[in-house]
Design a protein around this ligand. Structure first.
Ligand SMILES: Cc1cc2nc3c(=O)[nH]c(=O)nc-3n(C[C@H](O)[C@H](O)[C@H](O)COP(=O)(O)OP(=O)(O)OC[C@H]3O[C@@H](n4cnc5c(N)ncnc54)[C@H](O)[C@@H]3O)c2cc1C
Length: 455
């Protein structure tokens, strides 16, 4: 196997290639991009090896639990751009709407040689892949393109601290940060008829129109797609990276990369981001700090969700954290809010409300405020289990980058995961606490409140 695919390709069943099949399918499920996409390149390689045309397939459903206009618009921006680039390479790209993902993937695979898709870390897709793999008569591969080090290579168990995974990742990094050259498909499939009724609409707004999804969540000012992701990356390298370490935790300023929505939808590869920074910028403490987030914390989140089936539940936090929170469950709360009050930014705390408003208006809350936001949900809810569910609900509904391992790991971190016990105090027990006065001491929080008002 070529070096760039080693450790990234996993067979999900043990079926033989269907030599009489008519085509190879790449089901683009997570890595919505034409560039630096190991799944796509592996599918082109199989198409060339077996001399069968390649079909790239994207299935859209309005039955997904979290479907809403905000994130579908952003996602579709990226998918339509990927479709255009892939078709320019002579490869057919079909977008189809269906309400039953499993049945539809199985149906279109009946005439195929093999099926390839992108690696999944969360339960919903892992179960779906496993069900599909069992029912197919052809090989089904998942290809891991959205991390620097494949999750099972980095570690075979749930890591307790970032420190442990950091050591393992950095020992392997050079072997996995490899360029991925685009392959030339030997058979041009773009004009072939695959007998699938595709959506012929040309813009994300047109597609949104025909979907029966929650349209009450406003669109975000962020525009999706690889080209936009590259723009963010360029601006980050030119204007922000030199101060990243100092200012990354200043929400009143703008020194984050804004790449998380693009990374979430696989519109840009983290390996491409890393390689571009290394080629454009002299390595310094800012690069180390950025890679610590992009590589270590991001891949720790994948490790967490992959090995902990309760990643999206209170039950998934460490035992010491659960015990200490239960010990303090009956402590008196000065404030207790309902989901509606949190959702509508109606608490007594103008800093918290500003964070929630940033989320409602833009679809992306600053990292530092996400920690404060979640810590306060714990403080102002009677039951920590309920607090966990409220945080997940709001994060998944409104964050463009929500429904992602980073979100579950970030929320779980606020409940003690990947953290250590601190000095015991009311409500939180030994869980790390955050206060409004801490925000005032650390940065210009009033300026942040003003910034959010002007959004
Ligand atoms: C309660 C809570 C909820 C969160 N929810 C999400 C979420 O739903 N989706 C999401 O992508 N991130 C989430 N994060 C992590 C982090 O806040 C965002 O990744 C970051 O703010 C994204 O902005 P950026 O791309 O401009 O970040 P930058 O500072 O530019 O970082 C670059 C990249 O590094 C990764 N990264 C940065 N911080 C973290 C972190 N703490 N954990 C894991 N990866 C990180 C992200 O992929 C990010 O895009 C959450 C954190 C907390 C505390």
């Amino acid at each position: 196997m070529e070096l760039e695919f080693i450790g990234r390709v996993k067979a999900l069943n043990d079926r033989q290639f269907n030599q009489s099949g008519k085509y190879i399918i790449y089901w683009m499920s997570h890595s919505h991009r034409a560039n630096f996409n190991h799944g796509l390149e592996y599918a082109i390689k199989l198409s060339n090896d077996y001399k069968k045309p390649l079909l790239v397939y994207f299935l859209i459903t309005d039955k997904y639990k979290y479907s809403n206009a905000r994130y579908y618009k952003f996602m579709l921006d990226g998918v339509l751009e990927a479709k255009k680039s892939i078709e320019e390479r002579g490869i057919k790209f079909i977008i189809e709407k269906s309400d039953d993902i499993k049945q539809r993937i199985i149906e279109i695979s009946r005439s195929a040689v093999a099926l390839i898709t992108d690696k999944a870390y969360l339960k919903y897709y892992r179960k779906l892949y496993s069900d599909i793999a069992k029912q197919l008569d052809i090989p089904f591969y998942e290809v891991e393109s959205d991390v620097c080090i494949p999750v099972e290579i980095a570690s075979q168990k749930q890591e307790v601290y970032a420190f442990n995974l950091r050591k393992k990742i950095y020992a392997l990094l050079d072997s996995y940060l490899l360029k991925l050259a685009p392959r030339e498909p030997k058979i041009k499939s773009v004009n072939l008829d695959f007998g699938i009724k595709e959506l012929t609409l040309n813009s994300s707004l047109e597609i949104l129109d025909i979907l029966n999804i929650d349209k009450s969540v406003s669109l975000s000012p962020f525009i999706g797609g690889y080209n936009q992701a590259k723009r963010c990356l360029k601006e980050f390298i030119e204007k922000k990276l030199h101060k990243y370490k100092e200012y990354r935790s200043h929400p009143e300023l703008d020194y984050q990369s804004n790449l998380s929505p693009y990374l979430h939808f696989g519109q840009i590869s983290p390996i491409e981001v890393v390689l571009e920074i290394l080629s454009e910028y002299k390595k310094d403490e800012n690069v180390d700090s950025f890679f610590n987030e992009l590589i270590v914390w991001r891949e720790l989140a994948r490790n967490f969700c992959y090995y902990n089936p309760n990643y999206n539940h209170y039950e998934g936090i460490p035992d010491w954290a659960k015990k200490t929170l239960e010990d303090h469950k009956n402590d008196k709360r000065d404030y207790v809010y309902t989901l509606e009050e949190f959702e509508n930014a109606k608490t007594h705390d103008e800093y918290w409300n500003a964070a929630q408003l940033e989320l409602l208006k833009s679809g992306k809350m600053h990292n530092y405020m996400r920690m404060y936001w979640c810590k306060k949900i714990i403080e102002w809810t009677q039951d920590p289990k309920h607090a966990f569910d409220i945080a997940c609900y709001l994060n998944d509904k409104y964050e463009l980058d929500g429904r992602d391992p980073n979100g579950y790991a970030g929320i779980s971190w606020c409940f003690g995961t990947h953290d250590r016990p601190w000095k015991e105090r009311k409500i939180f027990g030994k869980i790390r606490y955050m206060s409004a006065s801490g925000l005032e001491a650390k940065f210009d929080i009033k300026k942040y409140v003003e910034k959010v008002k002007s959004l």
